[in-house]
Design a protein around this ligand. Structure first.
Ligand code: ATP
Ligand code: MG
Length: 356
């Protein structure tokens, strides 16, 4: 079903994306594929469908829930959940690994003590089979264990020819920073990977997607409604699906649907500002200001400087401001002083400036 709100699993439920799917499938025998794209664009869906079609055992590690400064127990919990989900395909390999025990349907991994299993060891053992290891939202792996994870990835890259990694990320700059693509000291530096970028639907594709989705459910909608949804949500499949479902549930006022999405994004931005404030309130306040300034038309460096200075009533250090802008770029919220998702722009306009 095209409008199913969960990440898709089979090609029939996924609109278009044939090119991206084939691109990943063509490279699935290489060491590493990186799938990038902004939030709600369909990365997880494209990866799921690929795995479903590739017919290779896989381990899908969803890093989204990792907190900042996550610890070894957090990481191994994710991995053991992922291994548990793939247990039927990998049970014979996992049974033979010292430090791994299988309790019913669950895999337990020892991460401390004499029988501990290191990540590199785990990859080496999985290598006894052909396997794809996916780290979804891999930028969340940044933190105190970064280098341990990267060293294990680099080791497997070099020695484990049967293991293919797929890394995905919606915060694209942060993902590359984690991988150290530009850092000669990073273990992965200089190693080739194939990048697949997932982009937005064109307006025609959005309209066609909505038409087919409504038709599939036997819901009559006017061209006007379809075109309005396509115009508001700018080809981002996650929003199109969200809006279509709200409409089907009976919300006929499209501006109410739009409001709901803006509120959701506003919560997200407020969480970001709060997280920044736990390190630096000055930086948090400035981040909120920069978001507001860009949302209200600050589309050049000098306009943003002026806007922030007018609001703070003082001169602002270019380095500090540049850092704030660069961080928003690494999070894939803005690029060239534009929001990548129009809903973020709307939300940013309403962002309160905290009074620390
Ligand atoms: N090509 C598509 N056809 C149909 N539905 C899609 C398509 N791409 C994405 N969706 C829908 O959009 C929503 C977001 O998709 P998905 O979770 O795969 O995106 P994502 O990029 O992984 O998002 P996030 O960054 O939030 O993890 C889901 O409801 C999914 O079903
Ligand atoms: Mg996802």
């Amino acid at each position: 079903m095209l409008f199913d709100e969960r990440p898709k699993v089979s090609r029939g439920d996924l609109y278009d994306r044939d090119e991206e799917l084939n691109d990943i499938l063509k490279n699935i025998n290489g060491p590493m594929v990186v799938v990038t794209g902004i939030r709600r664009i369909g990365k997880t869906s494209v990866i799921n469908v690929t795995l479903n079609e590739a017919d290779i055992p896989y381990v899908l590690i969803d890093c989204r829930s990792l907190r900042d400064n996550y610890g070894r127990s957090d990481l191994y919990r994710l991995i053991s959940n992922a291994l548990s989900s793939s247990l039927d395909k990998l049970i014979d390999v996992l049974r033979r690994i010292r430090g791994i025990s299988i309790m019913g349907n669950a895999v337990e991994i020892r991460w401390r003590g004499r029988e501990q299993v290191s990540l590199a060891e785990l990859f080496d053992r999985l290598n006894e089979r052909r396997v794809v290891v996916v780290f979804d939202e891999a930028q969340r792996l940044r933190g105190p264990l970064s280098s341990e994870v990267l060293n294990a990835l680099a080791h497997a890259y070099d020695f484990d020819r049967n293991v293919t990694f797929i890394l995905s990320g919606s915060e694209v700059g942060l993902l590359y920073e984690f991988m150290g693509v530009e850092d000669p000291n990073s273990p992965l530096f200089g190693r080739y990977f194939h990048e697949v970028r997932i982009g937005r639907f064109t307006r025609d594709e959005s309209v066609d997607f909505l038409r087919r989705g409504f038709k599939e459910l036997g819901v009559e909608v006017s061209t006007d409604v379809i075109e309005t949804i396509a115009d508001v949500f700018d080809g981002i499949p996650g929003w199109l699906v969200y809006a279509a479902n709200a409409y089907i549930r009976g919300v006929r006022d499209l501006s109410m649907i739009r409001e709901a999405t803006i509120r959701e994004v506003l919560n997200e931005l407020e969480r970001l500002i709060r997280a920044k404030a736990s390190y630096s309130t000055v930086n948090a306040r400035r981040t909120a200001l920069v978001l507001r300034c860009i949302a209200s038309g600050g589309n050049t460096w000098s306009k943003v400087v002026k806007c922030v200075e007018d609001s703070e009533g003082k001169t602002v250090s270019p380095t500090s401001l540049n850092n704030v802008i660069k961080t928003l770029e690494r999070l894939s919220i803005i690029e060239n002083y534009e929001f990548l998702d129009p809903m973020y722009r709307e939300a940013a306009m309403r962002l309160g400036i905290p009074n620390y």
